[in-house]
Design a protein around this ligand. Structure first.
Ligand code: SF4
Length: 83
């Protein structure tokens, strides 16, 4: 966590939403993104994950999950747009 504030995903009863796969994937992702949208540390989370997910060896969770309100693909596209 990049801030002292607890992210809404920290104590969420089903943390798998942020890393969903299979047939429930799209619904879970939409729900995770909606929760991220109400998170008090969303911007700090997005900044942290954007800065670290490519530089930390083995940071696969960041590369494949929803973080900061964006999917891994959306973060990748945002990095390309900012380059
Ligand atoms: S923005 Fe989303 S992934 Fe990041 S701490 Fe908040 S709920 Fe968790």
């Amino acid at each position: 966590m990049a801030t002292d504030l607890p992210g809404l995903c920290v104590d969420y009863p089903n943390p798998d939403l942020w890393f969903a796969g299979g047939s429930a994937r799209s619904g879970a992702i939409r729900k995770a993104i909606r929760i991220c949208g109400n998170c008090p540390c969303r911007l700090a989370c997005l900044e942290y994950v954007t800065e670290t997910e490519l530089s930390i060896p083995g940071a696969y969770g960041h590369r494949y999950g929803v973080a900061g309100g964006l999917t891994a693909r959306q973060r990748k596209l945002a990095r390309k747009a900012a380059a």
